[in-house]
Design a protein around this ligand. Structure first.
Ligand code: IMP
Length: 430
């Protein structure tokens, strides 16, 4: 049985939900290891669209155990709403889902801090999803976070009081925002106690039992490698490690329990929020190259969680090369190839140049990354329709040439190719 980590290797929104959903029938467990309601994984089954934020994409499958690991952050209001939507659709969520008792809770003051800090930063804002992710991870590291299991703890009240004293000082005195009341926090805690605590579990123990029984596990990442707090475009990143290695710490498994790393990326690049984007062509701030507009419109590039228009640009080879390296990617899953249909020419960034020198890897400093000049290869496009293709021989020769160059530039074979939103719109290669 193969245990696979499936992660995004650009700036998020690579189409992970669909790929994970496709892999799920062949696995026994799907486990989330980082992030929280900032993630938006869209599944399209038939004509029904489901967006999941906390819950692993395997939840729609019978006989698949879904686990939310300790590395994630959980918003009780949001997760319960997500559960109720699935329950209304007839999915027996509580039979399939377990949540690590060590998960950190996102409380109302985390969302308030996220919003107030972004407002205070003005034009320098990160462009967060506003879900309280950063402040929650910050509390975890500062050792004042509240975990699911802490709802049973005798000192919970005292810890919440201490947190509120600190947070309200920050909100009111420093950020000039409104204070958060104890009642607001209690509502979240009561809901978590009533609906989430019954699903709390020792996730490493469950995982170990599955693995010992020969079951296969799919470790489902959120966001993308370029949003990783260490390896991404810091500080324009999310607050967790999004790389494949985070699956281990975020669930409590060892390195020997991962066999494959599937790196999911689009045939072009998108980004939401602020921060460097060397191959950018199109954005809501007035960059308006027709090829980028084509990608935005044809790719329906709007955030699944926030609805914000995404910035679009050409496939960035150095970004994917970097991701292949830091994640140990064993195969690429390229999504949205069909979005490039109809472009006269397609560009592929094969390297960056900075101050006239060709770079070997991407700079760690955002100012330098902002200043790099992409070196492009220009390939002829195709007018044929690749939408829904299910085998390589249905693809135009020019699309195949682009894919071959992507493999060469990124030094990684393509394992899967997605040609549309539906489960059937897929080509399996390796
Ligand atoms: P946060 O995770 O809400 O703190 O946002 C930090 C940065 O990560 C912002 O640029 C967000 O737009 C980006 N981000 C967070 N989650 C996602 C995601 O699931 N897809 C794409 N971008 C994301």
């Amino acid at each position: 049985m193969t245990n696979t980590v499936a992660i995004g290797i650009q700036w998020g929104d690579e189409g992970k939900g669909k790929i994970v959903d496709l892999l799920t029938p062949d696995v026994d467990v799907v486990a989330r290891f980082q992030g929280g309601p900032n993630a938006g994984h869209t599944l399209v089954i038939g004509d029904q669209k489901t967006v999941l934020n906390h819950i692993p994409s395997g939840i729609l499958h019978e006989n698949t155990a879904c686990l939310i690991g300790n590395g994630t952050v959980v918003d009780p209001f949001h997760l319960v709403e997500e559960m109720d939507t699935l329950i209304k659709a007839g999915i027996p969520v509580s039979e399939r889902l377990k949540i690590s008792e060590r998960c950190q809770l996102i409380l109302p003051y985390h969302r308030a801090l996220d919003a107030a800090r972004e407002a205070a930063k003005g034009k320098d804002k990160i462009g967060t999803t506003g879900k309280g992710i950063g402040p929650c991870y910050e509390d975890k590291t500062a050792r004042r976070g509240i975990r699911l299991i802490d709802l049973k703890s005798d000192d919970l009240n005292a810890r919440i009081d201490a947190n509120l004293e600190y947070v309200n000082f920050m909100l009111v005195e420093y950020l000039k925002a409104e204070m958060i009341s104890r009642e607001d926090v209690d509502k979240a805690l009561d809901l978590a106690r009533e609906r989430l605590l019954p699903l709390a579990a020792d996730v490493p123990l469950i995982l170990q039992r599955h693995i010992k029984a020969g079951d296969s596990v799919l470790y489902e990442g959120a966001q993308g490698s370029m949003l990783d707090v260490d390896h991404g475009t810091y500080p324009y990143v999310t607050s967790s490690n999004t790389v494949a290695g985070a699956a281990l710490a975020g669930l409590g498994v060892g390195p020997g329990q991962v066999d494959e790393v599937l790196g999911i990326c689009k045939a072009y690049t998108t980004r939401v929020g602020s921060g460097p984007f060397p191959t950018e062509l199109y954005n809501a701030e007035g960059m308006n190259c027709p090829s980028g507009k084509h990608m935005a419109e044809r790719g329906q590039e709007f955030g699944a969680t926030t609805g914000r228009p995404r910035r679009t640009g050409w496939f960035d080879g150095p970004v994917v090369q970097h991701a292949v390296r830091i994640n140990g990617v064993t195969g690429l899953a390229i999504t949205k190839l069909d979005v490039l249909d109809g472009l006269e020419e397609v560009k592929l960034c094969v390297a960056y140049e900075l101050n006239g020198e060709r770079l070997e890897s991407i700079p760690a400093c955002c100012n330098q990354l902002d200043a790099v000049v992409p070196i492009y290869e220009t390939l002829p496009g195709w007018s044929e329709n690749t939408f829904g293709a299910t085998s390589m021989d249905q693809l135009p020769a020019n699309a195949v040439t682009l894919l071959k160059r992507i493999e060469e530039v990124c030094e990684c074979p393509i394992a899967m190719l997605s040609t549309g939103p539906d489960r059937n719109h897929i080509i399996h290669l390796h």
